[in-house]
Design a protein around this ligand. Sequence first.
Ligand code: SF4
Length: 475
Amino acid sequence: MLRARTGLWGRVRDLERRTRPVHPETAAALARRWAELPDHVRTPAQTLGQHAVGCEGTHGVFPRCDLACTPCYHSRDANRVRVDGGHTRTEVREQMALLRRLRGPRAHAQLIGGEVTLLPPDDHAATLRLMIDQGREPMSMTHGDFDEEYLQRLALGPDGRRRFSRLSFAGHFDSLMFGRRGIERPPDEAALHPYRQAFVDRFRRLRAAHGVRFFLAHNMTITPKNMDQIPEVIRACRRMGFGMFSFQPAAFIGDDRRWHEDYREHTNDEVWARIEEGVGTRLPYQALHTGDLRCNRTTYGFFVGDDYFPVLDERRPEDLRVRDVFFRHLGGVNFSGTPVPLLLGKLLRVTARHPVVLTTALGWTARMLRRIGLRRLVRHREIRSVSFVLHSFMDAADVRPAWEAMERGEEAADPRIAVTQQRLRACSYAMAHPETGRLVPACVQHSVLDPGENAELRRLLPLTVRRSPARPVGA
Ligand code: SF4
C-alpha cells in the first residue's frame, strides 16, 4: 500500500517536473546569453537571450566536398582530408558537450563541414544521435546530390526499423555550384528546379513508407550572377515542401581561387527586396531580431495558397504586444523539442498563471483569420509554414583584424573593423572549441581558424594511406 502511494506520488512529481514550463538550465543559459550581448542588440525584438541561445555548427570534422562552389568557404586543404566516421563522432561528441555546458540543454545545431553525405550512413546516423543526446536539434547540411538508398540507410537501422522520428536537412542548391550529377554546370537557377523537387520527394517517400517526418531548408548563395533569379526561384519552389528559404550573399571567405566576382555589388536591402518580390509581399524582419540585423534578417510566416502571411509585423503595435507577451511568459519554453502532450501541459500551466497569454493568442488568431479570410482558407485548406532568412557572412579581410584586435582586448579604430567587431560580439552562429573551452563566431572559424585546422586535419586524415593487410586503402 505504502509502495503504491509512493509510486503514485512519484509519478505526479515526475509529471510536475516534466511539464515545468522552463527548464532551470535553459533559464540560466538564456540569462547568460542576454548578459553577454552587446548593448546595441539588446532590444525588445532580440530573440537571443529571450527565447533562443543561437544556432550552433560543427567544424573540423569532414571538410571534404565533391561539388565545387564559387565561392567556396572552405580552405584550400579541405578537399585533401579523408572523411572519417570515427574522427567525426569523436569531435562532434566533444563539441556538443561543450555547447551543452555553455549554451544549455536545448539548441539548434548544424552538422556541417564539407558534404555530410560523404559520411557513411551509419556514421552520419550515429553523429546525429550524439547531437540529439546532448539536447541539440541537428540539421544536416548537404548539396542534396545523394541517392535515395543513402537516405534510407541513414533513416533506418540495419534491422529496417527507423532510427529517427524526424530528420532535418538543409539542401544547398544554386547555379554557382558545379559537378552535380546530371547537371554539371547549371545554366541558370531554373534548370535546378527538378533537382530541388527530387530532393524533397526523397523525403516524402521516406515519410510515406516509414513515417519519418522531415524539415527541409533551401540554402542559396547569392552573387550578382544569380541575384535577379531569386524571385523566380521562390515562385517555383514555394510549394515544393521546403520549410525555410535561406539566402546567403556571397562573402570573400575561404579558397580565394574560387572568388570570381565582385560579391559586394549588392546590399542586404537589395537582396531582401528580391526575396520580397518572389514572395509577393513585404517581409517584415524588424519584429524579431537574431543577433545583429546586419548579419541576419528573418521573417516567420505561412502560405495559404500562394499568399504569404507574416506571423508578426513591426508596423502593427498589436503584433509587438504579442511578441512581448510571448517573450515574457513563453520565451524559455522549448516548443520544437518537446513532445506534444508535454508541451500542452507546459502551456496549460503558463496560461493558468498568466491568462494574458491566452487572451493575446486568441486576439492574434482572430486578427490573422480576418486577414486571411475564410473564403481563402476554405479554398486552399492548407497552411504551409515557411520562413525566409538572409544571412550575410563577413569578408575574411575584415574578420581577421577585427578578431585579432578583440583577442588583444582592443577596440578597432578603423570604423569598418569596429563594425565587424560589433557584429562578432552579437554573433548568433557559434562553433565550439573544446580544447580551449571557448565558442567562436562561424565567421571567425571560416576566416581565421579553418586554414590551420584543415592543414592539421590533412596530416591527421590523409587521403591516401599505405596498404596493409590489416587496413585496406581508404578504410
Ligand atoms: S557567423 Fe558572422 S555573419 Fe553570421 S551571425 Fe556570426 S558574426 Fe554575423
